[in-house]
Design a protein around this ligand. Sequence first.
Ligand code: AMP
Length: 325
Amino acid sequence: MTNAKKILISGVKPTGRPHIGNYFGAMKQFVDLQDEYDARIFIADYHAITTVQNAEQLSRHTIDMALDYLAIGIDPAKTLLFKQSDIPEVCELGWIFNCITTMPFLMRAHAYKDAEAKNKEINVGIFDYPILMAADILVQNADVVPVGQDQKQHVEYARDIAEKFNRTFGDTFKLPNALIYENVKTVVGTDGQKMSKSYGNTIPLFATDDEIQKAVMGIPTNSQGIAEPKDPDTDNIFAFHKLFADEKEISEIEKRYREGGLGYKESKDILIANMKRFIAPLREKREAFAKDEEMIRNILKENGKKARELAHQKMEEVRKAVGIA
Ligand code: AMP
């Protein structure tokens, strides 16, 4: 029987604790869409080596990331949850893509340009990141890739590379599309910039109550008094309310902002209470899964085998098309 569902693929790098930007921008969609799609979610450990260069840390982060996925509701009976490195074929495909991609094309990537502008030391892995990402996506024949806005260009790169391959070697790859939800495409951090570990403005998805309290209290505010009307559209605390309050409460808070009468202290207290209520059950689920790491390793191992089998079939086609079968 053929599977009529469209194929979804995405992944997150195991570089430490995921933050609420990763969750609302991408990971939540993995859970919400796992019934509708043939969902394949991976732990991007090859990608993580560009920054995590310590074996113990990388394997710890990898198991941690599997726990994170299970805790937010990824169901391994519905979603193929696997480790990227269980499919070494992606490196082979990445090499083939390297050979049909020009340097100037990769030099136009935002992530590369940002790193260069900050004078960061850029290893070849970081420069070549879009190629490996294209291989992750295309080897699985994916239709859609749920990601945050910052990864949109990389999915477009995967499309461009697929087109180039198809033109050069014959029709082999489907052209994937990024799936980005407008309201969460860029989740802001405590300082109002995009939430990102490199800006030090994150709130961890599995934050403790103390961490939540400290992070929210640290959100900078201006000197407007309680009675003064405030603009919710430019307020950092309100941006978080939109993620953690229900619709009724959001509109009540919005009204009080515009009319005046809601001070920043009270707004922060409401946010802290809502965040704690949202995060506590996730943290508890995570702790429960963490009691059986053997089970986690088995899930990854079994799913890794299945994902590799799917990739293997695609690679047979690719090798034939290229002339290395
Ligand atoms: P990474 O940790 O770079 O592998 O990112 C994992 C996923 O989270 C990607 O789909 C990103 O686009 C998404 N993401 C990261 N930061 C944010 C953010 N601040 N807002 C929305 N999505 C984000």
